[in-house]
Design a protein around this ligand. Structure first.
Ligand SMILES: [Zn+2]
Length: 548
């Protein structure tokens, strides 16, 4: 983070000692304060960890306080990302990424280079496979990965996390063969002879990642702490952290939850953890571990799945995909069990966040949430993750029920070239319908789903406005885009983002004005500082934020 601060101690004179109480009163002065709750001015007065006033610096200035000036900058509430996989991002920063590979040959050479550096017996896991950007325009199979090694297990995970490809050695190790049945909520792709091709979809990935995890290099608490500093560098003061209690495909080594709990006391930003668990017992013990973890980590609820992804053709749709008419996706909601899991998260004081991409999946999740609301549950504790393709009736139902749509505008940036091919021109009008959801009265929360997309909230804000050219009528205003990643995302993880007296001094200082900037200016805008509870997060030199 570039530092552009000048500090002045008002009224201090040489030789006069400055008491601690004096130093703890700080006036942060920029060109403007932008706050969705409506407060205006150019300065924020901070006493200890709290905001004590917001307004014009000329009115707030007084003797014996430290003034920190940021010319050209804007103070906004701390930016939050309501849906991010921190251990997945830490894993990405350690492992090969295939997002930039041009074709199958390049995939093989990236994997071969990584394979050479691994010790004997270790598994090779690579991330961010994207068949849509490969010359071949389809997924590779086990035969391509077998070119890299026939003995070392290899698992390559698609960037959406809902599809993976295993080589023959990995399939053998986890016992997937010709007669293996598809698991509930998943598919093992097979060739004309009935043999597994290596492509595993949805829950079919789990046995492979279970078996390979102990053979993969672990993500350590140090990796996660460095990753969290990178998140602060892009302006985030808190995240809705999606974390698997029992393993998780991105973790490697122990479970994702183990890594978060071990790192908790040293994490610089808040982690509102949404736990991915197998059953209510596992959820309850995860909640207890998080409550005892300390630091800025807390239990925030449960994360569940109702379908897959648009990219992987596993999103549950009412009608077939436009480019695969016979395919209507994968249902992952288990009626009784899903409701029981949701109820136990609410009982533990948490929220319920359910992944739904297709219009059929969103309908089923709204049904489930309507049941919970009918039982007296608070709709502000219920979130649908992604809410990608919706029927017109369900857009209205979102608003009527008051269920939060937790959206990731950055998906538009990576789906620009193929989204319409997948859903067709008619459904395209109600895919990521941000403005219509807002107009219906739906609470919106912004996120990235990183490492599916980059973690930068300013990029997400920009995409929510210009939609990378896709159905521009569904774009948000600059004010709504700022609210999406401040008040909206904060509310979805149980935090308050308003710059109001009495609130924690959790704020982000931007190198420009997010309201007057164009979307492209927003994409280039610098983050100057991030403060959490009155303390500046110092990002170590050389911290890596992201890589494609
Ligand atoms: Zn996710």
């Amino acid at each position: 983070m570039p530092r552009r601060r000048t500090s002045v101690l008002q009224g201090s004179c040489p030789g006069r000692p400055v008491s601690l109480a004096v130093v703890l009163r700080r006036l942060i002065v920029a060109d403007a304060v932008r706050d969705p709750s409506g407060r205006e001015g150019d300065a924020v007065l901070v006493t200890g960890g709290r905001i004590t006033a917001v307004g014009r610096s000329g009115d707030l200035r007084s003797v014996d306080l430290v003034e920190e000036r940021f010319p050209g900058a804007t103070i906004v509430p701390g930016l939050r990302d309501a849906h991010l996989h921190p251990v997945g991002l830490a894993a990405l920063l350690q492992r090969p990424s295939l997002k930039k590979a041009a074709d199958f040959d390049e995939i093989a050479s990236i994997l071969a280079a990584a394979e050479r550096s691994l010790p004997p017996g270790a598994a090779l896991t690579a991330l961010r496979l994207d068949d849509e950007s490969l010359a071949e325009r389809h997924l590779p199979d086990r035969h391509l990965l077998d070119r890299v090694s026939t003995t070392r297990p290899i698992l390559v995970i698609r960037y959406c996390g809902h599809v993976a490809v295993a080589n023959t050695a990995a399939l053998a190790l986890c016992g997937i063969e010709r007669g293996t049945p598809d698991p509930t909520g998943g598919t093992i792709d097979r060739d004309a002879a009935g043999d597994p091709t290596g492509v595993l979809r949805e829950t079919a990935i789990e046995p492979a990642s279970e078996v390979l995890r102990p053979l993969s290099a672990p993500v350590t608490p140090e990796h996660l702490i460095a990753t969290a500093h990178g998140l602060a560098a892009v302006g985030l003061t808190g995240v809705g952290a999606m974390v698997a209690a029992g393993g998780g495909q991105w973790g490697g080594g122990g479970s994702e939850l183990d890594v978060v709990v071990a790192a908790a006391p040293r994490l610089p930003i808040t982690f509102g953890v949404m736990v991915i668990a197998d059953d209510p017992t596992e959820l309850e013990s995860a909640a207890a571990r998080l409550a005892a973890a300390g630091g800025k980590v807390r239990f925030t609820g449960v994360k569940m799945f109702s379908d897959g992804s648009l990219g992987g053709h596993t999103a549950a749709m009412h009608d077939g995909f436009s480019d695969a008419p016979g395919e209507r996706g994968t249902d992952r909601l288990v009626p009784g069990a899903s409701l029981a899991m949701a109820r136990s998260a609410l009982r533990l004081g948490g929220r319920v966040a359910i992944h739904a991409i297709g219009d059929r999946a969103n309908g089923s999740v709204l049904d489930l949430m309507e049941t919970l609301i009918g039982e007296g549950e608070d709709p502000s504790r219920l979130r649908i993750e992604h809410a990608s393709v919706l029927t017109t009736a369900d857009i209205a139902r979102f608003g009527r029920l008051g269920v939060t749509a937790s959206v990731q505008p950055a998906f538009l940036a990576s789906e620009t070239t193929w989204l319409e091919k997948r859903v067709g021109p008619e459904r395209m009008k109600r895919t990521y319908p941000l403005r219509s959801l807002l107009a219906a009265g739906t609470p919106l929360a912004g996120g990235s789903d990183c490492p599916v997309e980059p973690p930068h909230p300013l990029w997400g804000m920009a995409a929510s406005r210009d939609r990378c050219g896709l159905v521009p009528a569904e774009g948000l205003s600059a004010d709504d885009a700022l609210a999406l990643f401040t008040s909206g995302s904060a509310a979805a993880i149980g935090e308050v983002a308003a710059l109001a007296p009495g609130n924690a001094a959790t704020l982000t200082i931007l190198g420009g004005d997010p309201i007057t900037a164009t979307p492209d200016e927003l994409r280039r805008m610098k983050v100057l500082e991030v403060w959490v509870d009155g303390e500046e997060v110092v990002v170590p030199e050389g911290t890596v934020v992201w890589r494609e």
